[in-house]
Design a protein around this ligand. Structure first.
Ligand SMILES: *[C@@H]1O[C@H](CO)[C@@H](O)[C@H](O)[C@H]1NC(C)=O
Ligand SMILES: *[C@@H]1O[C@H](CO)[C@@H](O)[C@H](O)[C@H]1NC(C)=O
Length: 327
């Protein structure tokens, strides 16, 4: 069995429970071609049945982590992104953290993802895509956490984190940060979030290459800020975003903004404004922004969990459906 596993390129662990003493985890075997890891509804529990954070490092101790390009944790507890959590995941291009019960993000959490990329080599593009969604205990997203991956990052999604109140630089953050490759920031469904501050938006200034300028529809910088906690009557969220969109350069650095505010106390009619730099330059901010239906994204159902007496991968493989391995 192990021999055939050596050629797997993707491993998914779904709806499983690991009972462990953190010291006796049976790690994934060393799969030579492994490039993608998905963990969904994996629950780690201690001897008393209390849920523990998923032991990512211990579980991947035998894996050559530098070869993993995609890592996804969904419905799998990770209360804190510590600075060592992604140790050696230096080849990562894509990271998804959905409904992980995330409470805290260390500003150095993504430092292990940084690496020198070869310019002009499309196969060595560096870390590009981050999704943080459905983490209802997360209150602060420190924008400077992106500094180590700032040269290569392309898309950021911050979605449905119901208690998120701040997407901002942390107090001791660097004075300047630039995200020149980001083409898309999506901030949606965060029902407590009222705005994105101007200094965060200023880090976004993707500039089309000369070649891309000839293809106006394909490449632009897009920011989506919808279904968040900005009530329509204060227009606070709107002013930093519209100022950012207006500051684009119509051809080479066009900025696309999709904005909506949420229902205010007066229950005014919905308003949503969408367009590029040219549109926003002509846009007249309403004195009282009108309301839009706030759609709440329901968290998906919880999975059925079983608890085993001892730890590890081999045991999990005996449970039908617990471990899905793709070629
Ligand atoms: C891990 O993968 C990298 C990149 O392919 C390679 O250079 C390195 O030798 C590998 N390490 C081990 C211990 O196999
Ligand atoms: C900019 O991007 C948005 C979203 O990706 C797209 O809908 C729009 O058509 C683009 N506009 C231009 C002028 O490139």
């Amino acid at each position: 069995m192990i021999a055939s596993l050596l050629f797997l390129s993707q491993a998914s662990l779904t709806k499983a429970a690991i009972t462990h003493c953190p010291s006796i985890i049976t790690p994934l075997p060393s799969l030579r071609k492994l490039a993608s890891l998905d963990f969904e509804a994996v629950r780690s529990v201690d001897a008393n049945g209390a849920t523990l954070d998923f032991p990512l490092q211990a579980f991947t101790a035998l894996v050559n982590r530098t070869k993993i390009t995609s890592l996804s944790l969904v419905d799998t507890q990770l209360s804190s992104l510590d600075k060592d959590l992604f140790f050696q995941f230096s080849g990562l291009k894509e990271l998804r953290l959905s409904r992980c019960g995330l409470q805290r993000i260390d500003v150095n959490a993504f430092a292990p993802l940084m690496r020198d990329v070869s310019p002009g080599n499309p196969f060595d593009a560096g870390f590009a895509k981050l999704t943080v969604g459905g983490n209802d205990k997360l209150t602060v997203f420190p924008w400077d956490v992106l500094l180590p991956v700032s040269k290569t990052l392309e898309t950021v999604s911050i979605e449905s984190n119901s208690n998120l109140v701040s997407v901002a630089f942390s107090p001791n953050s660097p004075t300047t940060m630039s995200l020149p490759s980001v083409v898309s920031l999506t901030v949606t469904g965060n029902s407590a979030l009222k705005l994105i501050p101007a200094d965060v938006l200023d880090t976004l200034h993707y500039k089309k290459s000369a070649v891309a300028e000839a293809l106006p529809v394909l490449f632009n910088l897009s920011v989506v800020f919808t279904n968040n906690g900005n009530a329509c009557d204060d227009c606070q969220g709107l002013s930093s975003l519209s100022a950012w969109a207006r500051a684009g350069t119509v051809n080479s650095e066009d900025r696309y903004l999709d904005f909506a505010c949420s229902r205010d106390a007066a229950g005014n009619a919905p308003e949503q404004a969408t367009g590029t730099t040219e549109f926003w330059r002509q846009y007249v901010e309403p004195r009282t922004c009108r309301a839009v239906e706030t759609s709440t994204t329901a968290a998906s159902g919880t999975s059925t969990l079983a608890v085993w007496n001892s730890a590890g991968f081999i045991l999990l493989a005996l449970i039908p459906g617990a471990l899905v391995l793709h070629r």
